[in-house]
Each structure stands twice: as structure tokens, then as C-alpha cells.
Design a protein around this ligand. Structure first.
Ligand code: ADP
Length: 363
């Protein structure tokens, strides 16, 4: 028995019980309830009233029965109609949901339900659609991820194959091939490392071990690590922190990783002779790090997407420069795992400022 039939039949049973109760009331109980009044009336009239007793009782019974017989068809028709419409509406929505769920189970994530009702049935259809949309998004990003990873691996693998063939044919000097192989293997290792980090970031399973850190020592370490790379490219690196900053609450390795990802990007996009500045200031509730470069800047349409995994403004160039397209995803995930926030401000032709906040030391 489907939902419609079940609902309709149960409504009709309820109506039949109500009709039965009414008939019982009219035939048996109502005259009894009224008998006391009739007795009093008959007593008031005197002996002549005794003859009226039967008449009055019979009259009451037949009045009630006639009234009921006249009203019942209309009432029955109306109740049956309402029961039919209600059961049909509920039954329709339930069967739509069942059909929609079946399609989604079979992998048709684009399935949506159309419902204009404003009640709980409409809300149910709306929630169903939201769930289907979320599932569709997850499925799309899963397919995209597989495609992107395959694509990312194909490039270094093709290069490795080229070096191997060059070696076998004897057309490539061993040292050159070894350097190339080393470079490609390192690119692949970096990709795997980044991927594993991204997956932990997205699963919320990234472990951080925060501790109190003095900002000047964080900056000194950063400068030491990057001085050579900046000098080699001919880009200036300036590091400046406001005086008297309180200690921050962060994981030292993760913080260096965030700053490194931002500095590598800044160095990559800043032309020779220009400058990158790392500034640290205190805000009301947090410490703000800002990495400012004098690169080309990032247009608004790209700014909204660069934190997505594998998103690159210029894929060909970025890949050539060694970028995997997940540096910012990882950096943002790490900052958020340390209870901070990250964002970017940029003006085309003027450069970009990547900033992030970190909490003060817990006291
Ligand atoms: P990638 O490994 O490709 O650098 P990221 O996630 O670090 O990946 O950056 C995503 C994209 O954001 C880059 O491909 C680049 O186009 C853009 N981008 C990142 N940093 C900067 C910057 N400082 N200036 C201009 N563009 C940037």
C-alpha cells in the first residue's frame, strides 16, 4: 500500500468512525440526555402531558436523524475531498523524494525537486535540493581532483621519460640527465607532500603544536633562510616589526612554512630591482603579518580563487616556476589551524599584500 492510499484510507476510517459516533448519539444518547427535560415539561403540564411524552421523544429522535441525513452527504463529500487532496499532496511529495533519492543513489547528482509549498513539505524538498547540490559539489571536486593530480603527475613523468630515453639513446650527457631527473623527482615529491598537507588541512586533521614565540626571532630565522635566494634574483627583502610586540601563540615550523610559501610567491612575482617587505603589527586581538611585493598584482576575479587548491592564475608559467598551485591553500589552512585568518589585498600594477593574523599568547 503506498503512502497516498494509506493516508486516504486512514482518513476515511476516521470519518466512518465519526459518522458511527454521530448516529449513536442521535439514536440512543441524545434522547436519554433530553429525557429529563421532557419529564419536567410533562410534569409541568400535568396529566394531559403524559400523552405528549412519547411524541416528544419520537420528535426529537426524528429531528436529529433527519438533520443528520440531510447534512451527512455534504459533510462526507467535503471530508472525503479534503482527505483525498491532503493525501495526494503528501503522497506526491513523498514519492518525489523517494524517486529523487533513488536517482541520487544511482549517481545522478543533478536531480532537483520542484515544490512551491511553503510548509514543511516545501522545506523538506528545499533541504533535499540543498543536500543534492552539496553532493554534486563534492562529486565535482572529487573528479576535478583526480583529473588535476593525474595532470600534475603527467608533466614530471613525461620529463622523466624524456631523460630516460635520452640516456638510453646516448644523446643526453649523464650529468645533465641526472640533474633533470633530480629536478623532476623533487617536483613530484613536493606535489605529494603538498597534496598530503592539503588533504589533512581539508579533513581538519592537521596537527599544530602552538607555543609562545617572539616575533623578532621568527623574522630573523625567515631572513636567514631567504637572504640568499633574494640576493641571487636581485630582489630586496625588508623585514620590519613594530616595537614591543607581545609574543604570539603559534607552531614554529608551521609558521615558517606559511611565511615561506608567501615569500616564495612574492619572490617569484617580483621583478629584479624591486622589493618585498614583511611587516608585523599588533591589532586589537591579534598580531598581523603582511608580505608585500611589488609584482604585477592580482585582478579581483583571480583574487577570489587563488586560495583554492590547484588554482593558478597562469598555469603554464606557474608550473614552469615550480609552483604546484596549492601553496596558498596550505598556508591558509595552516593559519586557520592556528586560529588565525588569511587574506590578500592587491592592486594591478602596484603589487600584492598577503596578510594573516595569529592570536597573542594565551595567558
Ligand atoms: P603556486 O604554487 O602556483 O604558486 P599558490 O597557491 O601559491 O600556487 O598560488 C596560486 C596562484 O596565485 C599562483 O599561481 C599565482 O598566479 C597567484 N599568486 C600567488 N602569489 C602571488 C603574488 N605574490 N603575486 C601575484 N600572483 C600571485
Amino acid at each position: 500500500m503506498n503512502v497516498f492510499t494509506r493516508l486516504f484510507v486512514s482518513h476515511m476510517v476516521a470519518i466512518a468512525v465519526a459518522v458511527f459516533a454521530l448516529v449513536l448519539l442521535a439514536e440512543f444518547f441524545a434522547p436519554q440526555f433530553y429525557r429529563e427535560h421532557i419529564n419536567r415539561m410533562v410534569a409541568a403540564i400535568g396529566p394531559a402531558g403524559q400523552e405528549l411524552h412519547g411524541d416528544l421523544e419520537q420528535g426529537l429522535r426524528s429531528t436529529l436523524t433527519t438533520a443528520m441525513i440531510s447534512a451527512l452527504p455534504l459533510a462526507l463529500l467535503f471530508s472525503a475531498g479534503t482527505a483525498y487532496l491532503t493525501a495526494k499532496r503528501i503522497g506526491h511529495t513523498v514519492s518525489l523524494m523517494a524517486e529523487g533519492s533513488r536517482e541520487i543513489t544511482q549517481g545522478n547528482y543533478s536531480k532537483r525537486l520542484s515544490s512551491t509549498s511553503k510548509d514543511e513539505l516545501g522545506a523538506m524538498a528545499q533541504y533535499f535540493n540543498q543536500m543534492a547540490q552539496a553532493l554534486e559539489g563534492v562529486e565535482r571536486s572529487r573528479i576535478e581532483l583526480i583529473g588535476t593530480v593525474a595532470h600534475e603527475l603527467r608533466t614530471p613523468l613525461a620529463a622523466l621519460q624524456g631523460y630516460a630515453e635520452g640516456l638510453m639513446d646516448g644523446v643526453l650527457p649523464g650529468e645533465k640527465a641526472a640533474r633533470g631527473i633530480n629536478r623532476e623527482v623533487r617536483a613530484m615529491s613536493r606535489l605529494v607532500e603538498d597534496l598530503s598537507l592539503v588533504s589533512r588541512v581539508e579533513a581538519g586533521a592537521l596537527e599544530v603544536h602552538p607555543q609562545a614565540l617572539e616575533v623578532p626571532s621568527v623574522l630573523a630565522e625567515l631572513q636567514e633562510r631567504f637572504a640568499l635566494a633574494f640576493a641571487e634574483k636581485g630582489v630586496g627583502l625588508e623585514v620590519a616589526a613594530s616595537a614591543g610586540l607581545p609574543p604570539i601563540w603559534a607552531d614554529p615550523e608551521r609558521l615558517q612554512q606559511v611565511l615561506s610559501n608567501l615569500l616564495v610567491n612574492a619572490l617569484r612575482h617580483t621583478p629584479v630591482g624591486k622589493q618585498v617587505t614583511v611587516g608585523v603589527t599588533a591589532e586589537q586581538k591579534a598580531i598581523r603579518f603582511a608580505v608585500r611585493d611589488q609584482g604585477p598584482g592580482i585582478a579581483l576575479e583571480y583574487r577570489q580563487r587563488i586560495f583554492e587548491r590547484f588554482y593558478r592564475v597562469d598555469p603554464a608559467r606557474s608550473r614552469k616556476d615550480g609552483g604546484t598551485g596549492v601553496g596558498l591553500t596550505v598556508a591558509k589552512g595552516l593559519v586557520e589551524a592556528m586560529r588565525g585568518q588569511m587574506g590578500v589585498e592587491s592592486e594591478l600594477g602596484q603589487g600584492s599584500t598577503f596578510w594573516f593574523t595569529l592570536p597573542f599568547t594565551q595567558t
